[in-house]
Design a protein around this ligand. Sequence first.
Ligand code: ITT
Ligand code: NA
Length: 200
Amino acid sequence: QRLVLATRNAGKVVELHAILGAAGLGVELVGADAYPEIPDVAETGVTFAENALLKAHALAQATGLPAVADDSGLCVDVLGGAPGIFSARWAGTHGDDKANLELLLAQIGDIAPPNRGAHFACAAALALPDGTERVVTGRLLGTLRYEPVGSGGFGYDPILQPDGYQVTCAELSADEKNAISHRGQAFRALVPAVRELLPR
Ligand code: ITT
Ligand code: NA
């Protein structure tokens, strides 16, 4: 049985292979890159869960295979939860991680630590070609650094220091990040639904 990973974000793909691979699902994980002809779906939802479902359904419909999708982002307390679902295009160009991170740091400035709270959020969705769907969420709480530190991970990882840690997400190993991350939590919570609903 194949399970399509409905994402074109390379950082997510690496993490999803590790997280879902460790679950021993006995399915073949197929990247969306295997379907270059399928256009990206417009992320018109107003929540992470809505957007994750839109992406999962689009790939499930187009491929005739079960699909999982991730919608995620950084939510900054002092910005009222922004950039949130707009995290990937915060500075204007979709997927320009460096520009997004720089803009965010500029917006926060040198505001003092009690007000530098933020979290990563992830919605993990499963959709079947017959329209069956499941969606779950995960969060990683932390504090924003003043400067980016570390070279691991992707996106905003260099500026989020998880609660209880003295390093940023970009300084964690892949396994360490997956063990605590929003994405790790969400997709591990989705595993029972995958086991239940996938044909075998
Ligand atoms: P797909 O829709 O194809 O999955 P995308 O990159 O457009 O790819 P999103 O719309 O969910 O995905 O945007 C996610 C944004 O949140 C993106 O800017 C990431 O850099 C950021 N983000 C999500 N998870 C992250 C993580 O684990 N570490 C750092 N940044 C993360
Ligand atoms: Na999104």
